[in-house]
Ligand binder design. Structure first.
Ligand code: NAD
Length: 497
């Protein structure tokens, strides 16, 4: 029944089988089935139409599995199952029971952390070091954190009666498939909602494995339903008259379409959309540390990061020095097999995304920009793109304005703080920004003036479930994480003292 030979995976990981998971010696590390159905009402079933989509390993281009493609009838069945579970079981479940189950889910995820990490890397192309050290632990942390809130909602919202919304449709992208599923499911479940989750078409496998853990944890059937498919499946979920809320993470273009589709309907909406984050380096910054932050900000997860620091703004007086250090650091980045623990930059998630990245960089050259890429070889099979730095930017070029969503950094210089802020804010997005300076007063002034939902100082890409994350302007609205993240899943009404 498995299609992924465990020993091949172990070899690519550079480990003997026994090193990897001693308890699994003689069995497969990751049991990827040849096909997967939809998870509706606690049962796995094929799409009514019989349609499937193939999910592939982007590091080789080889097929991993066939996954059901849900149509409107399947979405209807999933929403029905979620409604039934909400009204009969979950809405009135004791808060401590919800807390216990969400906690159990976190523990189960931890127990199978390595299996999830390998599956995430195989299906999405991200380096195993990242899925092992970031994606899976952070996903578990979100469940732990929200398990703690489930029986303290009254405390979280003083003076308010907090009630769940009902059935929530959740649509997630392919860049952090497991983590986005956790960011969505954990608060929704802790607050007493039931869910229909729609993973991205190129990365459905960890969400489906997570659905198995939901069952194992003991959630009532129908509390979590997973409908796999592409944009049409997501659209059917948005259009369904039985959902009380849509939580969407993805591109700004699709987010705007969802906003239009829901106009005039009594459906709550949160949108976590794209970004074009500025990374601002001043002349007093610790430059080597700034270089590490810049590298992490744009090359982590191949730059498939909504809050990536994709626009470097460097103070003119240190620009040559900083860019020299950055070029030398880029030479050291290893682009290759995502399952190799020494890999820094893995595979681009899909062929379509690879084509998009190439077009952006070719377009930049046509518009007169200079492109720098390290001389190291990259694999010839699979979807790979080298770490790239684009200079000689005026600001009006397409690559300077639009989200590339790849390992591509644009560079501009500035002279004054005011100029840095003006450049950083000259985008329609407003998700993230990074500041590198030793001066505290400057950090505070910039943080107040940058139009971004998240601002990091002398660090980048720090995430914690207790810290609300989200954007402004065309990066969306609503927050995930922290007490603010709970509000998105609750009906709050004032209570009289
Ligand atoms: P996408 O918008 O193409 O797809 C996202 C999800 O929406 C997928 O599951 C897709 O199948 C579904 N979808 C596509 N068309 C739809 C439609 N018409 N109706 C309903 N659902 C539809 O985005 P993507 O390419 O998968 O993801 C990359 C984007 O996500 C980037 O723009 C990135 O910045 C953004 N993102 C944002 C955050 C955040 O927290 N702000 C986090 C991760 C990714």
């Amino acid at each position: 029944m498995t299609t992924t030979p465990a020993r091949d995976v172990a070899a690519r990981l550079g480990e003997t089988f026994a090193d990897y998971v001693p308890s699994l010696e003689g069995r497969d590390i990751v049991a990827i089935r040849p096909s997967y159905g939809l998870m509706i009402g606690g049962r796995e079933r094929p799409a009514e139409s019989g349609a499937t989509i193939t999910t592939i390993d982007p590091s080789t281009g080889a097929a991993l599995s066939e996954v059901a493609e849900a149509g409107p009838a399947d979405v209807d069945a999933a929403v029905d199952a979620a409604r039934g579970a909400f009204e009969r079981r979950w809405r009135d479940a004791a808060p401590r029971e919800r807390s216990k189950l969400v906690f159990r889910l976190a523990r189960l995820l931890q127990d199978r952390a390595r299996e999830f990490a390998v599956l995430e890397t195989l299906d999405g192309g991200k380096p195993i070091r990242e899925s092992r050290d970031v994606d899976v632990p952070l996903a578990a942390a979100h469940f732990f954190y929200h398990a703690g809130w489930a029986d303290k909602l009254q405390y979280a919202m003083p003076g308010m009666r907090a009630r769940p919304l009902g059935v929530v449709g959740q649509i997630i992208p392919w860049n952090f498939p497991l983590m986005m599923a956790a960011w969505k499911l954990a608060p929704a479940l802790a607050c007493g909602n039931t869910v229909v989750l729609k993973p991205a078409e190129t990365t459905p496998l960890t969400a489906l494995l997570l659905a198995e853990l939901v069952d194992e944890a003991g959630f009532p059937p129908g509390v979590v339903n997973v409908v796999t498919g592409a944009g049409a499946t997501g659209s059917a979920l948005v259009d369904h008259r039985g959902v009380d809320k849509i939580a969407f993470t993805g591109s700004t273009g699709v987010g705007k379409g969802i906003l239009r589709a829901l106009a005039g309907r009594d459906v709550r909406l949160t949108l976590e959309l794209g970004g074009k984050g500025a990374h601002i380096v001043f002349d007093d910054a610790a430059l080597d540390q700034a270089v590490e932050g810049i590298v992490d900000g744009i090359f982590f997860n191949q730059g498939h990061v909504c809050c990536a620091g994709s626009r470097l703004l460097v103070q003119e007086s240190v620009a040559d020095d900083l860019l020299g250090r950055l070029r030398r650091r880029m030479e050291l980045l290893r682009v290759g097999d995502p399952l190799d623990k020494n890999t820094d930059v893995g595979a681009i998630n899909s062929h379509a995304q690879l084509v998009r990245i190439r077009e952006y960089v070719e377009g930049a050259v046509a518009e007169g920009c200079a492109v720098h890429q390290p001389q190291r070889e990259i694999p010839s099979q699979g979807f790979y793109y080298p770490p790239t730095m684009v200079t000689d930017i005026g600001g009006s070029e397409r690559i300077a304005r639009e989200e590339v969503f790849g390992p591509v950094l644009t560079v501009q210089t500035f002279r004054t703080e005011a100029e840095a802020v003006a450049r950083a804010n000259s985008t329609r997005y407003g998700l993230s920004a990074g500041i590198w300076t030793e001066k505290g007063s400057r950090i505070l002034w910039l943080a107040n003036n940058l139009r971004a939902g998240v601002v990091w100082a002398n660090t980048f890409n720090q995430f914690d479930p207790s810290s609300p994350f989200g954007g402004i302007r065309e990066s969306g609205f609503g927050r995930e994480g922290g007490r603010q993240g709970l509000e998105a899943y609750l009906e709050l009404t004032p209570v009289r003292p």
